[in-house]
Design a protein around this ligand. Structure first.
Ligand code: FAD
Ligand code: SF4
Length: 571
Protein backbone atom coordinates (compact mmCIF):
# COMPACT_ATOMS: atom_id res chain seq x y z
CA UNK A 1 0.00 0.00 0.00
CA UNK A 2 2.71 2.46 -1.01
CA UNK A 3 0.20 5.20 -1.73
CA UNK A 4 -0.52 5.58 1.95
CA UNK A 5 3.12 6.47 2.60
CA UNK A 6 3.04 8.93 -0.29
CA UNK A 7 0.24 10.93 1.26
CA UNK A 8 2.02 10.81 4.62
CA UNK A 9 -0.81 9.34 6.63
CA UNK A 10 -0.17 6.72 9.30
CA UNK A 11 -2.53 4.00 8.20
CA UNK A 12 -1.39 1.37 10.69
CA UNK A 13 -4.20 2.09 13.13
CA UNK A 14 -6.79 1.79 10.40
CA UNK A 15 -5.24 -1.41 9.13
CA UNK A 16 -5.09 -3.12 12.53
CA UNK A 17 -8.34 -3.84 14.17
CA UNK A 18 -10.96 -1.38 13.00
CA UNK A 19 -10.27 2.31 13.46
CA UNK A 20 -12.94 4.99 13.91
CA UNK A 21 -13.10 8.56 12.64
CA UNK A 22 -15.71 11.20 13.14
CA UNK A 23 -16.31 11.35 9.39
CA UNK A 24 -15.38 9.09 6.47
CA UNK A 25 -15.60 10.50 2.95
CA UNK A 26 -15.56 7.92 0.17
CA UNK A 27 -14.21 9.31 -3.11
CA UNK A 28 -11.65 11.99 -3.92
CA UNK A 29 -13.56 13.64 -6.81
CA UNK A 30 -15.03 17.16 -6.58
CA UNK A 31 -17.93 16.09 -4.32
CA UNK A 32 -15.71 14.27 -1.82
CA UNK A 33 -13.04 16.98 -1.86
CA UNK A 34 -15.57 19.73 -1.09
CA UNK A 35 -17.17 17.74 1.73
CA UNK A 36 -13.81 16.86 3.28
CA UNK A 37 -12.51 20.44 3.04
CA UNK A 38 -15.55 21.92 4.81
CA UNK A 39 -15.56 19.19 7.46
CA UNK A 40 -11.85 19.54 8.20
CA UNK A 41 -12.02 23.33 8.29
CA UNK A 42 -14.60 22.97 11.03
CA UNK A 43 -12.36 20.67 13.02
CA UNK A 44 -14.11 17.41 12.11
CA UNK A 45 -11.67 14.49 12.12
CA UNK A 46 -12.11 13.26 8.55
CA UNK A 47 -10.69 10.30 6.65
CA UNK A 48 -10.98 10.37 2.84
CA UNK A 49 -10.71 7.06 0.98
CA UNK A 50 -10.01 7.02 -2.75
CA UNK A 51 -9.73 3.85 -4.81
CA UNK A 52 -7.44 5.26 -7.55
CA UNK A 53 -3.63 5.23 -7.32
CA UNK A 54 -4.09 9.01 -7.17
CA UNK A 55 -7.25 11.12 -7.02
CA UNK A 56 -8.38 11.66 -10.61
CA UNK A 57 -6.81 8.50 -11.99
CA UNK A 58 -10.28 6.91 -12.35
CA UNK A 59 -12.11 10.04 -13.42
CA UNK A 60 -13.32 11.42 -16.75
CA UNK A 61 -15.29 14.53 -17.61
CA UNK A 62 -15.79 16.62 -20.75
CA UNK A 63 -14.88 18.95 -18.98
CA UNK A 64 -16.18 22.43 -18.51
CA UNK A 65 -16.23 23.36 -14.85
CA UNK A 66 -18.83 26.04 -14.15
CA UNK A 67 -18.73 28.21 -11.04
CA UNK A 68 -22.29 29.43 -10.74
CA UNK A 69 -23.07 32.78 -9.14
CA UNK A 70 -25.90 31.10 -7.23
CA UNK A 71 -23.77 28.14 -6.06
CA UNK A 72 -23.18 27.79 -2.33
CA UNK A 73 -19.68 26.36 -2.91
CA UNK A 74 -17.07 26.57 -5.68
CA UNK A 75 -13.64 24.98 -5.92
CA UNK A 76 -11.77 28.30 -6.03
CA UNK A 77 -13.74 29.42 -3.00
CA UNK A 78 -12.66 26.31 -1.11
CA UNK A 79 -9.10 26.05 -2.45
CA UNK A 80 -7.33 29.38 -3.05
CA UNK A 81 -5.13 29.25 -6.17
CA UNK A 82 -7.32 26.57 -7.74
CA UNK A 83 -7.87 28.33 -11.06
CA UNK A 84 -4.18 29.31 -11.44
CA UNK A 85 -2.87 25.86 -10.61
CA UNK A 86 -5.43 23.21 -11.48
CA UNK A 87 -7.50 24.27 -14.49
CA UNK A 88 -6.67 24.60 -18.18
CA UNK A 89 -8.24 27.76 -19.72
CA UNK A 90 -11.07 30.16 -18.90
CA UNK A 91 -13.74 29.31 -21.49
CA UNK A 92 -15.01 32.59 -22.80
CA UNK A 93 -16.94 31.50 -25.92
CA UNK A 94 -19.40 28.69 -26.52
CA UNK A 95 -20.97 27.74 -29.87
CA UNK A 96 -23.13 24.98 -31.22
CA UNK A 97 -22.49 23.75 -34.75
CA UNK A 98 -25.46 22.06 -36.41
CA UNK A 99 -24.15 19.86 -39.21
CA UNK A 100 -25.97 18.19 -42.08
CA UNK A 101 -25.60 17.55 -45.76
CA UNK A 102 -22.19 19.23 -46.03
CA UNK A 103 -23.48 22.40 -44.35
CA UNK A 104 -22.98 24.01 -40.96
CA UNK A 105 -25.27 26.34 -39.05
CA UNK A 106 -23.67 27.89 -35.98
CA UNK A 107 -25.55 29.12 -32.92
CA UNK A 108 -23.78 31.33 -30.37
CA UNK A 109 -24.53 29.79 -26.95
CA UNK A 110 -23.14 32.84 -25.10
CA UNK A 111 -26.49 33.51 -23.45
CA UNK A 112 -26.85 30.14 -21.74
CA UNK A 113 -23.07 29.80 -21.20
CA UNK A 114 -22.79 33.07 -19.24
CA UNK A 115 -26.13 32.74 -17.46
CA UNK A 116 -25.52 32.51 -13.69
CA UNK A 117 -21.83 31.91 -14.42
CA UNK A 118 -19.12 33.48 -12.30
CA UNK A 119 -16.45 31.69 -14.32
CA UNK A 120 -16.11 28.58 -16.47
CA UNK A 121 -12.77 26.80 -17.02
CA UNK A 122 -11.81 23.77 -19.06
CA UNK A 123 -10.26 21.03 -16.89
CA UNK A 124 -8.55 17.65 -17.16
CA UNK A 125 -9.47 15.45 -14.24
CA UNK A 126 -6.19 13.75 -13.35
CA UNK A 127 -4.26 17.01 -12.86
CA UNK A 128 -7.27 18.79 -11.35
CA UNK A 129 -8.31 16.12 -8.86
CA UNK A 130 -4.77 15.29 -7.77
CA UNK A 131 -4.01 18.98 -7.10
CA UNK A 132 -7.19 19.32 -5.04
CA UNK A 133 -6.48 16.04 -3.20
CA UNK A 134 -3.12 17.33 -1.96
CA UNK A 135 -4.88 20.30 -0.33
CA UNK A 136 -7.57 18.03 1.07
CA UNK A 137 -4.91 15.81 2.57
CA UNK A 138 -3.14 18.75 4.23
CA UNK A 139 -6.37 20.03 5.74
CA UNK A 140 -7.71 16.69 6.89
CA UNK A 141 -4.36 15.80 8.50
CA UNK A 142 -4.60 19.00 10.54
CA UNK A 143 -8.02 17.86 11.76
CA UNK A 144 -6.68 14.42 12.72
CA UNK A 145 -7.49 12.46 9.56
CA UNK A 146 -6.03 12.30 6.05
CA UNK A 147 -6.55 11.08 2.52
CA UNK A 148 -5.66 7.53 1.54
CA UNK A 149 -5.40 6.43 -2.07
CA UNK A 150 -5.51 2.87 -3.38
CA UNK A 151 -8.36 1.89 -1.03
CA UNK A 152 -11.64 0.61 -2.41
CA UNK A 153 -14.59 0.79 -0.06
CA UNK A 154 -16.71 -2.24 -0.85
CA UNK A 155 -19.75 -1.79 1.40
CA UNK A 156 -21.45 -0.37 4.46
CA UNK A 157 -20.68 -1.59 7.97
CA UNK A 158 -23.94 -2.20 9.85
CA UNK A 159 -24.75 -2.93 13.48
CA UNK A 160 -28.27 -4.03 14.37
CA UNK A 161 -29.31 -3.00 10.86
CA UNK A 162 -27.94 0.54 11.34
CA UNK A 163 -25.16 1.96 9.17
CA UNK A 164 -22.13 2.63 11.40
CA UNK A 165 -19.20 2.70 8.98
CA UNK A 166 -17.66 1.24 5.84
CA UNK A 167 -15.87 -1.94 4.85
CA UNK A 168 -12.90 -1.95 2.46
CA UNK A 169 -10.90 -4.41 0.39
CA UNK A 170 -7.57 -3.26 1.81
CA UNK A 171 -8.33 -2.18 5.41
CA UNK A 172 -10.31 -3.42 8.38
CA UNK A 173 -13.81 -1.93 8.74
CA UNK A 174 -13.85 1.76 9.71
CA UNK A 175 -16.53 3.24 11.95
CA UNK A 176 -17.74 6.82 11.65
CA UNK A 177 -20.52 9.16 12.83
CA UNK A 178 -20.83 10.54 9.31
CA UNK A 179 -20.28 8.69 6.03
CA UNK A 180 -20.25 10.81 2.88
CA UNK A 181 -20.62 8.69 -0.24
CA UNK A 182 -18.99 10.74 -2.99
CA UNK A 183 -18.08 7.60 -4.88
CA UNK A 184 -19.42 8.68 -8.22
CA UNK A 185 -21.70 7.32 -10.86
CA UNK A 186 -21.34 3.61 -10.09
CA UNK A 187 -21.68 4.12 -6.33
CA UNK A 188 -21.49 0.82 -4.52
CA UNK A 189 -22.50 2.54 -1.28
CA UNK A 190 -25.68 4.07 -2.71
CA UNK A 191 -26.66 0.64 -4.02
CA UNK A 192 -25.80 -1.05 -0.74
CA UNK A 193 -28.08 1.43 1.08
CA UNK A 194 -30.90 0.83 -1.41
CA UNK A 195 -30.79 4.48 -2.50
CA UNK A 196 -29.82 3.80 -6.12
CA UNK A 197 -32.17 1.72 -8.21
CA UNK A 198 -31.57 3.24 -11.61
CA UNK A 199 -31.16 0.24 -13.85
CA UNK A 200 -32.80 1.46 -17.04
CA UNK A 201 -30.62 2.70 -19.93
CA UNK A 202 -32.86 5.79 -20.28
CA UNK A 203 -31.55 7.00 -16.90
CA UNK A 204 -27.97 7.34 -18.12
CA UNK A 205 -25.71 9.03 -20.63
CA UNK A 206 -22.49 7.53 -21.90
CA UNK A 207 -19.56 9.83 -22.61
CA UNK A 208 -16.54 8.88 -24.73
CA UNK A 209 -13.59 11.20 -25.13
CA UNK A 210 -10.22 11.69 -26.85
CA UNK A 211 -7.59 14.15 -25.64
CA UNK A 212 -5.68 15.33 -28.70
CA UNK A 213 -2.22 16.89 -28.49
CA UNK A 214 -2.01 20.43 -29.90
CA UNK A 215 0.76 22.91 -28.90
CA UNK A 216 -0.52 25.99 -27.02
CA UNK A 217 0.38 28.44 -29.79
CA UNK A 218 -1.54 26.27 -32.28
CA UNK A 219 -4.58 26.23 -29.98
CA UNK A 220 -4.43 30.05 -29.86
CA UNK A 221 -3.90 30.33 -33.60
CA UNK A 222 -6.59 27.89 -34.70
CA UNK A 223 -9.27 29.29 -32.41
CA UNK A 224 -8.20 32.95 -32.61
CA UNK A 225 -7.70 33.25 -28.83
CA UNK A 226 -5.05 34.33 -26.30
CA UNK A 227 -3.47 32.20 -23.58
CA UNK A 228 -6.11 33.31 -21.10
CA UNK A 229 -9.09 32.47 -23.32
CA UNK A 230 -10.79 29.24 -24.34
CA UNK A 231 -13.53 27.99 -26.60
CA UNK A 232 -16.26 25.37 -26.30
CA UNK A 233 -17.95 24.01 -29.43
CA UNK A 234 -20.82 21.54 -29.43
CA UNK A 235 -21.91 19.46 -32.41
CA UNK A 236 -25.25 18.01 -33.45
CA UNK A 237 -27.02 16.97 -36.64
CA UNK A 238 -26.57 14.10 -39.06
CA UNK A 239 -23.15 12.82 -38.01
CA UNK A 240 -24.30 10.41 -35.28
CA UNK A 241 -26.61 8.09 -37.24
CA UNK A 242 -29.68 9.38 -35.37
CA UNK A 243 -28.35 8.35 -31.94
CA UNK A 244 -29.64 10.89 -29.40
CA UNK A 245 -26.78 13.00 -28.15
CA UNK A 246 -24.04 15.26 -29.41
CA UNK A 247 -20.36 16.05 -29.58
CA UNK A 248 -18.09 18.54 -27.86
CA UNK A 249 -14.70 20.17 -28.34
CA UNK A 250 -13.06 22.13 -25.52
CA UNK A 251 -9.70 23.91 -25.67
CA UNK A 252 -7.16 23.02 -22.98
CA UNK A 253 -3.78 24.68 -22.52
CA UNK A 254 -1.94 22.42 -24.96
CA UNK A 255 -4.56 19.90 -26.05
CA UNK A 256 -8.16 19.56 -27.15
CA UNK A 257 -10.80 17.47 -25.38
CA UNK A 258 -13.10 16.05 -28.04
CA UNK A 259 -15.91 13.68 -27.24
CA UNK A 260 -19.50 12.57 -27.47
CA UNK A 261 -22.30 12.15 -24.94
CA UNK A 262 -25.25 9.94 -25.88
CA UNK A 263 -28.39 8.72 -24.18
CA UNK A 264 -27.56 5.14 -23.28
CA UNK A 265 -30.99 3.84 -24.31
CA UNK A 266 -30.54 5.30 -27.79
CA UNK A 267 -26.99 3.96 -28.12
CA UNK A 268 -28.20 0.51 -27.09
CA UNK A 269 -31.31 0.54 -29.30
CA UNK A 270 -29.36 1.57 -32.41
CA UNK A 271 -26.61 -0.94 -31.60
CA UNK A 272 -24.21 1.92 -32.25
CA UNK A 273 -20.48 1.63 -31.55
CA UNK A 274 -19.39 4.58 -29.34
CA UNK A 275 -15.85 4.69 -30.70
CA UNK A 276 -17.15 4.83 -34.28
CA UNK A 277 -19.43 7.76 -33.42
CA UNK A 278 -16.45 9.52 -31.85
CA UNK A 279 -14.45 8.89 -35.02
CA UNK A 280 -17.32 10.28 -37.13
CA UNK A 281 -16.85 13.53 -35.21
CA UNK A 282 -13.04 13.49 -35.24
CA UNK A 283 -12.90 12.94 -39.00
CA UNK A 284 -15.75 15.28 -39.98
CA UNK A 285 -14.50 17.92 -42.49
CA UNK A 286 -15.74 20.73 -40.20
CA UNK A 287 -13.34 19.61 -37.44
CA UNK A 288 -10.34 19.72 -39.79
CA UNK A 289 -9.76 23.46 -39.19
CA UNK A 290 -8.91 22.80 -35.51
CA UNK A 291 -7.14 19.43 -35.59
CA UNK A 292 -3.50 18.78 -36.45
CA UNK A 293 -3.17 18.56 -40.24
CA UNK A 294 -0.84 16.74 -42.60
CA UNK A 295 2.13 18.79 -41.30
CA UNK A 296 1.65 17.87 -37.62
CA UNK A 297 0.69 14.31 -36.98
CA UNK A 298 -2.58 13.70 -35.14
CA UNK A 299 -1.61 12.40 -31.70
CA UNK A 300 -4.21 11.18 -29.24
CA UNK A 301 -2.98 11.32 -25.65
CA UNK A 302 -5.82 9.31 -24.20
CA UNK A 303 -9.09 7.58 -25.01
CA UNK A 304 -11.58 7.32 -22.15
CA UNK A 305 -15.23 6.72 -21.34
CA UNK A 306 -17.69 6.87 -18.46
CA UNK A 307 -21.39 6.91 -17.66
CA UNK A 308 -23.21 9.85 -16.11
CA UNK A 309 -26.66 9.87 -14.52
CA UNK A 310 -29.47 12.00 -15.94
CA UNK A 311 -30.47 14.12 -12.94
CA UNK A 312 -33.85 14.97 -14.51
CA UNK A 313 -34.81 11.34 -14.05
CA UNK A 314 -32.77 10.11 -11.09
CA UNK A 315 -31.56 12.93 -8.80
CA UNK A 316 -32.54 11.51 -5.43
CA UNK A 317 -34.87 13.90 -3.58
CA UNK A 318 -33.81 12.44 -0.24
CA UNK A 319 -30.23 11.19 -0.66
CA UNK A 320 -29.47 9.95 2.85
CA UNK A 321 -30.01 6.96 5.11
CA UNK A 322 -28.99 7.12 8.77
CA UNK A 323 -25.39 8.33 8.97
CA UNK A 324 -24.91 8.00 5.18
CA UNK A 325 -25.20 11.09 2.95
CA UNK A 326 -24.83 10.80 -0.85
CA UNK A 327 -23.34 13.66 -2.88
CA UNK A 328 -22.67 14.26 -6.59
CA UNK A 329 -23.10 11.54 -9.20
CA UNK A 330 -23.74 8.99 -6.41
CA UNK A 331 -26.97 10.91 -5.72
CA UNK A 332 -27.76 11.30 -9.45
CA UNK A 333 -26.91 15.02 -9.35
CA UNK A 334 -25.50 15.34 -12.91
CA UNK A 335 -27.42 17.98 -14.85
CA UNK A 336 -27.64 17.88 -18.65
CA UNK A 337 -29.49 21.05 -19.56
CA UNK A 338 -29.80 20.77 -23.33
CA UNK A 339 -26.26 21.26 -24.64
CA UNK A 340 -24.80 22.37 -21.28
CA UNK A 341 -23.45 19.67 -18.94
CA UNK A 342 -22.97 20.44 -15.25
CA UNK A 343 -21.98 17.72 -12.83
CA UNK A 344 -18.69 18.68 -11.17
CA UNK A 345 -20.00 22.02 -9.88
CA UNK A 346 -23.13 20.45 -8.40
CA UNK A 347 -21.04 17.74 -6.72
CA UNK A 348 -18.98 20.51 -5.09
CA UNK A 349 -22.09 22.32 -3.86
CA UNK A 350 -23.67 19.12 -2.57
CA UNK A 351 -20.43 18.09 -0.81
CA UNK A 352 -20.25 21.47 0.95
CA UNK A 353 -23.93 21.33 1.93
CA UNK A 354 -23.60 17.80 3.31
CA UNK A 355 -20.66 18.87 5.48
CA UNK A 356 -22.49 22.01 6.67
CA UNK A 357 -25.54 19.92 7.57
CA UNK A 358 -23.47 17.53 9.67
CA UNK A 359 -21.64 20.35 11.46
CA UNK A 360 -24.91 22.04 12.36
CA UNK A 361 -26.45 18.74 13.48
CA UNK A 362 -23.41 18.01 15.67
CA UNK A 363 -23.38 21.49 17.18
CA UNK A 364 -27.03 21.04 18.12
CA UNK A 365 -26.17 17.64 19.57
CA UNK A 366 -28.49 15.94 17.09
CA UNK A 367 -26.01 14.15 14.78
CA UNK A 368 -28.76 11.84 13.58
CA UNK A 369 -30.51 14.85 11.97
CA UNK A 370 -27.66 15.50 9.48
CA UNK A 371 -29.42 13.73 6.60
CA UNK A 372 -32.66 15.70 7.01
CA UNK A 373 -30.71 18.94 7.27
CA UNK A 374 -28.73 18.08 4.12
CA UNK A 375 -31.93 17.33 2.22
CA UNK A 376 -33.44 20.65 3.28
CA UNK A 377 -30.31 22.50 2.17
CA UNK A 378 -30.38 20.84 -1.26
CA UNK A 379 -33.93 22.08 -1.76
CA UNK A 380 -33.55 25.52 -0.09
CA UNK A 381 -30.34 26.37 -1.95
CA UNK A 382 -32.14 25.90 -5.28
CA UNK A 383 -29.81 23.07 -6.28
CA UNK A 384 -32.55 20.46 -6.45
CA UNK A 385 -34.69 22.73 -8.63
CA UNK A 386 -31.84 22.87 -11.17
CA UNK A 387 -31.35 19.11 -11.11
CA UNK A 388 -35.00 18.15 -11.50
CA UNK A 389 -36.79 21.22 -12.87
CA UNK A 390 -40.54 21.10 -12.27
CA UNK A 391 -41.15 22.30 -15.83
CA UNK A 392 -39.38 19.19 -17.14
CA UNK A 393 -41.70 16.94 -15.14
CA UNK A 394 -44.66 18.86 -16.58
CA UNK A 395 -43.58 19.33 -20.22
CA UNK A 396 -40.48 17.29 -20.99
CA UNK A 397 -41.83 14.00 -19.71
CA UNK A 398 -45.03 14.54 -21.70
CA UNK A 399 -43.03 15.28 -24.87
CA UNK A 400 -41.11 12.03 -24.46
CA UNK A 401 -44.20 9.87 -24.88
CA UNK A 402 -43.56 7.95 -28.07
CA UNK A 403 -46.62 9.12 -29.94
CA UNK A 404 -46.02 12.78 -29.03
CA UNK A 405 -42.29 12.52 -29.82
CA UNK A 406 -42.96 10.96 -33.24
CA UNK A 407 -45.57 13.58 -34.12
CA UNK A 408 -43.28 16.48 -33.13
CA UNK A 409 -40.38 14.92 -34.99
CA UNK A 410 -42.44 14.46 -38.14
CA UNK A 411 -43.60 18.06 -37.96
CA UNK A 412 -40.07 19.42 -37.42
CA UNK A 413 -38.81 17.54 -40.49
CA UNK A 414 -41.81 18.35 -42.69
CA UNK A 415 -42.05 21.07 -45.37
CA UNK A 416 -44.10 23.14 -42.96
CA UNK A 417 -41.52 22.68 -40.20
CA UNK A 418 -38.71 23.63 -42.57
CA UNK A 419 -40.58 26.73 -43.66
CA UNK A 420 -41.01 27.62 -39.99
CA UNK A 421 -37.28 27.15 -39.39
CA UNK A 422 -36.42 29.43 -42.34
CA UNK A 423 -38.75 32.13 -41.07
CA UNK A 424 -37.88 31.79 -37.37
CA UNK A 425 -34.13 31.01 -37.39
CA UNK A 426 -33.46 33.75 -34.81
CA UNK A 427 -36.17 32.44 -32.51
CA UNK A 428 -34.52 29.02 -32.50
CA UNK A 429 -31.23 30.68 -31.50
CA UNK A 430 -32.96 32.44 -28.61
CA UNK A 431 -34.56 29.14 -27.56
CA UNK A 432 -31.13 27.44 -27.39
CA UNK A 433 -30.00 30.28 -25.10
CA UNK A 434 -32.95 30.13 -22.73
CA UNK A 435 -32.15 28.20 -19.53
CA UNK A 436 -35.87 28.15 -18.84
CA UNK A 437 -36.75 26.41 -22.12
CA UNK A 438 -33.75 24.09 -21.95
CA UNK A 439 -34.96 22.93 -18.55
CA UNK A 440 -38.26 21.80 -20.10
CA UNK A 441 -36.74 20.18 -23.19
CA UNK A 442 -37.89 16.59 -23.83
CA UNK A 443 -35.07 14.09 -24.44
CA UNK A 444 -36.15 13.13 -27.94
CA UNK A 445 -34.45 12.94 -31.31
CA UNK A 446 -36.27 16.15 -32.34
CA UNK A 447 -33.94 18.25 -30.20
CA UNK A 448 -30.79 16.19 -30.68
CA UNK A 449 -30.97 15.26 -34.36
CA UNK A 450 -33.98 16.55 -36.32
CA UNK A 451 -33.98 20.28 -35.49
CA UNK A 452 -30.15 20.59 -35.79
CA UNK A 453 -30.32 18.77 -39.14
CA UNK A 454 -33.12 20.98 -40.46
CA UNK A 455 -31.32 24.12 -39.24
CA UNK A 456 -28.16 23.10 -41.10
CA UNK A 457 -30.01 22.12 -44.27
CA UNK A 458 -32.20 25.21 -44.37
CA UNK A 459 -29.93 27.90 -42.95
CA UNK A 460 -26.40 26.48 -43.06
CA UNK A 461 -23.30 27.54 -44.98
CA UNK A 462 -21.23 24.96 -46.88
CA UNK A 463 -18.55 23.31 -44.73
CA UNK A 464 -15.16 24.30 -46.10
CA UNK A 465 -11.80 22.58 -45.76
CA UNK A 466 -10.53 19.07 -45.29
CA UNK A 467 -9.82 16.90 -42.32
CA UNK A 468 -6.60 14.90 -42.47
CA UNK A 469 -6.89 13.54 -38.93
CA UNK A 470 -6.20 9.86 -38.69
CA UNK A 471 -7.49 8.70 -35.28
CA UNK A 472 -6.00 5.49 -33.87
CA UNK A 473 -7.84 2.20 -34.15
CA UNK A 474 -9.64 0.79 -31.12
CA UNK A 475 -6.79 -1.67 -30.69
CA UNK A 476 -4.22 1.15 -30.61
CA UNK A 477 -6.36 3.15 -28.19
CA UNK A 478 -6.61 0.22 -25.79
CA UNK A 479 -2.88 -0.44 -26.20
CA UNK A 480 -2.10 3.16 -25.16
CA UNK A 481 -4.05 2.98 -21.90
CA UNK A 482 -2.18 2.54 -18.63
CA UNK A 483 -3.61 -0.50 -16.95
CA UNK A 484 -2.67 -2.43 -13.81
CA UNK A 485 -3.99 -5.88 -14.54
CA UNK A 486 -5.81 -7.76 -11.83
CA UNK A 487 -5.67 -11.27 -13.22
CA UNK A 488 -7.68 -13.71 -11.15
CA UNK A 489 -9.87 -10.98 -9.59
CA UNK A 490 -12.45 -10.09 -12.21
CA UNK A 491 -14.54 -7.10 -11.15
CA UNK A 492 -17.35 -8.01 -13.53
CA UNK A 493 -19.10 -11.36 -13.64
CA UNK A 494 -21.32 -12.24 -16.57
CA UNK A 495 -24.47 -13.80 -15.12
CA UNK A 496 -26.27 -14.65 -18.36
CA UNK A 497 -24.04 -15.07 -21.42
CA UNK A 498 -26.84 -15.44 -23.94
CA UNK A 499 -26.87 -12.85 -26.72
CA UNK A 500 -30.42 -11.83 -25.78
CA UNK A 501 -29.41 -10.92 -22.21
CA UNK A 502 -25.94 -9.50 -22.73
CA UNK A 503 -25.37 -8.95 -26.47
CA UNK A 504 -25.81 -5.18 -26.29
CA UNK A 505 -22.58 -4.98 -24.28
CA UNK A 506 -20.65 -6.04 -27.39
CA UNK A 507 -21.57 -2.82 -29.19
CA UNK A 508 -22.18 -0.39 -26.30
CA UNK A 509 -18.93 -1.18 -24.43
CA UNK A 510 -16.49 1.54 -25.58
CA UNK A 511 -13.55 -0.90 -25.74
CA UNK A 512 -15.42 -3.69 -27.52
CA UNK A 513 -16.86 -3.86 -31.02
CA UNK A 514 -18.60 -6.31 -33.28
CA UNK A 515 -16.01 -8.30 -35.18
CA UNK A 516 -13.17 -7.09 -32.91
CA UNK A 517 -11.40 -9.77 -30.91
CA UNK A 518 -9.42 -7.60 -28.47
CA UNK A 519 -11.96 -5.78 -26.28
CA UNK A 520 -13.88 -6.77 -23.15
CA UNK A 521 -17.00 -8.31 -24.72
CA UNK A 522 -17.05 -10.67 -27.69
CA UNK A 523 -19.87 -12.40 -29.49
CA UNK A 524 -19.42 -15.98 -30.64
CA UNK A 525 -21.56 -18.72 -32.07
CA UNK A 526 -21.15 -22.05 -30.24
CA UNK A 527 -22.58 -25.46 -30.98
CA UNK A 528 -24.26 -27.20 -28.07
CA UNK A 529 -26.28 -30.39 -28.31
CA UNK A 530 -26.40 -30.02 -32.09
CA UNK A 531 -27.83 -26.47 -31.86
CA UNK A 532 -26.06 -23.25 -32.66
CA UNK A 533 -26.22 -20.57 -29.99
CA UNK A 534 -25.06 -16.92 -30.00
CA UNK A 535 -23.25 -16.26 -26.73
CA UNK A 536 -21.20 -13.47 -25.24
CA UNK A 537 -17.84 -13.84 -23.50
CA UNK A 538 -16.06 -11.38 -21.23
CA UNK A 539 -12.45 -10.50 -20.54
CA UNK A 540 -12.16 -7.41 -18.32
CA UNK A 541 -8.52 -6.56 -18.95
CA UNK A 542 -8.93 -3.51 -21.24
CA UNK A 543 -11.94 -2.26 -19.19
CA UNK A 544 -12.19 1.53 -18.72
CA UNK A 545 -14.66 0.92 -15.86
CA UNK A 546 -17.40 3.02 -17.43
CA UNK A 547 -20.20 0.85 -16.04
CA UNK A 548 -22.11 0.61 -19.31
CA UNK A 549 -22.36 -3.16 -19.27
CA UNK A 550 -23.74 -3.05 -15.73
CA UNK A 551 -26.83 -1.41 -17.25
CA UNK A 552 -27.16 -3.04 -20.69
CA UNK A 553 -26.04 -6.60 -19.85
CA UNK A 554 -26.77 -9.15 -17.15
CA UNK A 555 -23.69 -8.78 -14.95
CA UNK A 556 -22.57 -8.55 -11.34
CA UNK A 557 -20.53 -5.35 -11.47
CA UNK A 558 -18.09 -3.88 -8.95
CA UNK A 559 -15.07 -1.59 -9.14
CA UNK A 560 -11.66 -3.28 -9.30
CA UNK A 561 -9.67 -3.46 -6.06
CA UNK A 562 -7.97 -0.22 -4.98
CA UNK A 563 -5.37 1.01 -7.44
CA UNK A 564 -6.06 -1.82 -9.89
CA UNK A 565 -7.47 -1.46 -13.38
CA UNK A 566 -7.27 1.56 -15.65
CA UNK A 567 -5.16 4.56 -14.64
CA UNK A 568 -6.16 7.67 -16.61
CA UNK A 569 -3.43 10.29 -17.03
CA UNK A 570 -5.67 13.02 -18.48
CA UNK A 571 -9.30 12.24 -17.60
C1 FAD B 1 -17.74 12.41 -21.08
C2 FAD B 1 -18.20 13.19 -19.89
C3 FAD B 1 -18.35 14.56 -20.01
C4 FAD B 1 -18.70 15.32 -18.91
N1 FAD B 1 -18.69 16.66 -19.02
C5 FAD B 1 -18.88 17.42 -17.94
C6 FAD B 1 -18.68 18.83 -18.02
O1 FAD B 1 -18.31 19.38 -19.07
N2 FAD B 1 -18.92 19.56 -16.90
C7 FAD B 1 -19.27 18.98 -15.71
O2 FAD B 1 -19.44 19.70 -14.71
N3 FAD B 1 -19.45 17.65 -15.61
C8 FAD B 1 -19.23 16.86 -16.69
N4 FAD B 1 -19.34 15.50 -16.58
C9 FAD B 1 -19.86 14.92 -15.32
C10 FAD B 1 -18.85 14.96 -14.19
O3 FAD B 1 -17.66 14.30 -14.57
C11 FAD B 1 -19.45 14.31 -12.95
O4 FAD B 1 -20.74 14.78 -12.72
C12 FAD B 1 -18.59 14.59 -11.71
O5 FAD B 1 -17.30 14.08 -11.88
C13 FAD B 1 -19.23 14.03 -10.45
O6 FAD B 1 -18.38 14.26 -9.36
P1 FAD B 1 -18.38 13.29 -8.09
O7 FAD B 1 -17.42 13.88 -7.12
O8 FAD B 1 -19.77 13.05 -7.69
O9 FAD B 1 -17.86 11.90 -8.63
P2 FAD B 1 -16.49 11.51 -9.39
O10 FAD B 1 -15.85 12.69 -10.00
O11 FAD B 1 -16.83 10.38 -10.28
O12 FAD B 1 -15.59 11.00 -8.22
C14 FAD B 1 -15.85 9.81 -7.54
C15 FAD B 1 -14.57 9.36 -6.87
O13 FAD B 1 -14.83 8.27 -6.02
C16 FAD B 1 -13.85 7.28 -6.21
N5 FAD B 1 -14.49 6.01 -5.85
C17 FAD B 1 -15.52 5.41 -6.48
N6 FAD B 1 -15.87 4.29 -5.85
C18 FAD B 1 -15.05 4.17 -4.78
C19 FAD B 1 -14.91 3.22 -3.75
N7 FAD B 1 -15.73 2.19 -3.72
N8 FAD B 1 -13.95 3.39 -2.84
C20 FAD B 1 -13.13 4.46 -2.88
N9 FAD B 1 -13.20 5.40 -3.85
C21 FAD B 1 -14.16 5.26 -4.77
C22 FAD B 1 -13.49 7.38 -7.68
O14 FAD B 1 -12.24 6.81 -7.97
C23 FAD B 1 -13.53 8.89 -7.89
O15 FAD B 1 -12.31 9.50 -7.58
C24 FAD B 1 -18.99 14.70 -17.67
C25 FAD B 1 -18.86 13.32 -17.54
C26 FAD B 1 -18.48 12.57 -18.64
C27 FAD B 1 -18.32 11.11 -18.48
S1 SF4 C 1 -16.47 -4.03 -19.75
FE1 SF4 C 1 -18.24 -2.82 -19.01
S2 SF4 C 1 -17.36 -1.35 -17.59
FE2 SF4 C 1 -15.66 -2.18 -18.78
S3 SF4 C 1 -15.37 -0.75 -20.48
FE3 SF4 C 1 -16.78 -2.34 -21.20
S4 SF4 C 1 -18.82 -1.58 -20.78
FE4 SF4 C 1 -17.38 -0.33 -19.60
Amino acid sequence: MSNMDEVGFDSSAAVDGGESFEAVVVGGGPGGAAAAAVLAENGVETLVLERGVEAGSKNVSGGLLYAEESAPYTLDGLFPGFRDEATERPVTRNYMDNLADGKVHTVDLGGVHHHDTEWCDSVLRRPMDSWVAERVHERTVEAGGGLLTGVRVNGLLREGGEIVGVTCDELDPIRADLIVAADGVNSELARDAGLMDWDEPEEWFQGVKAVVDVPPEEVNDRFGIDDDEGVARLFAGDLFEGVRGGGFLYTNRDSLSIGTVFHLDSLAAERAEPQELLDALLTHPHLGQWLPDEYDEYDEREYSAKLVPDSKKVAHPSPHEGRLLLVGDAAGQMQAQGPIIKGMNHAVSAGGLAAEAYIEARNRRQPESAGERYERRLHDSGLYGKLRPRRYEALGRFGEREVVADAVDDLAGSRLGRLGVRIAGGVVERAFNSPFLLGALPDTRTAYATVPRVLAEELGEPVRGDNDADPPSLEERIGDLTYDTDVGNPHIELMDNSFEASGTAVTACPVSAEGFGGGCYREETVRANGDEERVVSLDTQPCVECGTCAVVADTEWTHPRGGKGVDFRQG
